[in-house]
Design a protein. Structure first.
Length: 324
C-alpha cells in the first residue's frame, strides 16, 4: 500500500536468503514418494488474508493437495511484492498502486483476482478543529501521504476535480505511522490515508473527512501471485481464490466477529475495526476488462506524474485462474 522503493528490493533479496523459497518441497520421507509442498503467502495485518489465517480454513482446504501453508507478514504492499519478486512468497494481497510500481520494475508478477471497489475506505482528512472546510482551502497547505500509494492517486483526482494540481499544495511524503504523528502535532494540515489508519484517526483523534474516495477513485484490492507459480499450479490458486470468496462471504455475515478476530493482529480497538469492515465491499472476482482498464488509468496517471519511469501494459500481467 505504500510507495515502491528500489532500495527495498536489495534489502528483501538479502532477507529472502533466510526465508523459505516461493514453493519448496519439504517433508520428504525416504519410505514414501509423497512430498509436501509449502505455499508461502504474504499478508499484511488488515484484510481478508489475516482473517483466513486466524480461522485456519485454508490449511484444511489445501491439505488434500499435500500443501502446507506458511504465512509471511509484510508491513506494506511494496515490500510484499518485493518478497514475491525474489521468491520468498508466491501469493499475496495488495492495493492498486504497489503492483503498478512492481510491474514498472519488471517484476514477474500476475494479477489473479480482486475485491470490488471500496472508495469509502480511503479519504483526505483534516483535524477536527481545522479551519479548512473545502478543497480550495488546501492551497498552500501541507498535505501528507504515502508516495506512490493508492491515496496518491486519490489526491490527484480530488485536486483535479477541484481544478487544482500538486503545484497548488505542499506535498509531504510520509509512511502512515510518521504521517499520523505529523498530523496530530499539526506539522501537516491534511492527510490522505486508507483504512484501518483512516478509521483509527476518526475514532482516536476525531479527524474530519474533507473528501473520501467516493466520486474520485475506486480503490480496488488485488490478489497477486508469481506468474510461473500460477502457470504451474492452477489448482492451488483456484483453491486459494475459492477460500478467499468463502471468507469474504463469512465476513459479510459476521462483521462483528471478524472485527474481533482482527483485534490481536492489528492491535486496534474493536470499534475501529468495525468501522473499517463496514466500508469493505465483499466478494473476490477474476480481473474483468473494467477493472483492468481502471488499473491502466491509474498506471497512466502515475507515468504522467513521473512516479514510474515508463508506460506499462496492465493487461500483460493479468492471468485468469484455470477452472477445476
Amino acid at each position: 500500500m505504500s510507495s515502491f522503493n528500489a532500495n527495498l528490493w536489495k534489502k528483501t533479496l538479502i532477507l529472502s536468503s533466510a526465508l523459505t523459497g516461493a514453493l519448496l518441497l519439504t517433508g520428504c520421507d525416504s519410505k514414501k514418494e509423497d512430498k509436501t509442498q509449502v505455499l508461502n503467502i504474504g499478508y499484511q495485518k488488515y484484510g481478508l488474508l489475516p482473517v483466513i489465517k486466524e480461522r485456519g480454513e485454508l490449511e484444511a482446504a489445501l491439505k488434500d493437495q499435500n500443501i502446507q501453508v506458511k504465512w509471511v507478514e509484510f508491513p506494506g504492499g511494496p515490500q510484499l511484492l518485493e518478497g514475491l519478486n525474489v521468491g520468498s512468497v508466491s501469493f499475496g494481497e495488495v492495493g492498486e498502486a504497489p503492483p503498478i510500481f512492481a510491474q514498472a520494475a519488471n517484476s514477474n508478477l500476475a494479477y489473479v483476482a480482486n475485491q470490488p471497489a471500496t472508495p469509502r475506505a480511503e479519504a483526505l482528512i483534516v483535524q477536527k478543529n481545522s479551519n479548512i472546510k473545502d478543497i480550495q482551502q488546501l492551497k498552500g497547505k501541507r498535505v501528507a501521504l504515502n508516495k506512490g500509494s493508492n491515496v496518491h492517486y486519490l489526491l490527484l483526482k480530488i485536486l483535479e476535480k477541484n481544478h487544482l494540481t500538486l503545484d497548488d499544495i505542499e506535498v509531504v511524503y510520509l509512511p502512515p505511522s510518521d504521517a499520523r504523528a505529523a498530523f496530530e502535532r499539526g506539522a501537516v494540515d491534511a492527510w490522505v490515508i486508507w483504512d484501518p489508519f483512516f478509521a483509527a484517526a476518526e475514532h482516536q483523534i476525531g479527524a474530519r473527512v474533507l473528501a473520501s474516495g467516493e466520486g474520485h477513485a475506486n480503490n480496488y484490492q488485488f490478489y497477486m501471485a508469481d506468474r510461473k507459480f500460477v502457470e504451474q499450479n492452477p489448482e492451488i490458486i483456484q483453491t486459494v481464490v475459492q477460500e478467499l470468496n468463502e471468507a469474504s462471504d463469512w465476513i459479510a455475515s459476521n462483521k462483528d466477529e471478524a472485527a474481533q478476530l482482527l483485534v490481536k493482529p492489528t492491535g486496534l480497538d474493536y470499534k475501529i475495526l468495525q468501522t473499517s469492515i463496514g466500508r469493505i465491499s465483499f466478494g473476490v472476482y477474476p480481473i474483468s476488462t473494467e477493472v483492468t482498464q481502471h488499473q491502466q488509468k491509474v498506471a497512466d496517471v502515475f507515468h504522467q506524474q513521473k512516479l514510474i519511469p515508463n508506460k506499462i501494459n496492465i493487461q500483460a500481467a493479468i492471468i485468469a485462474p484455470t477452472p477445476k
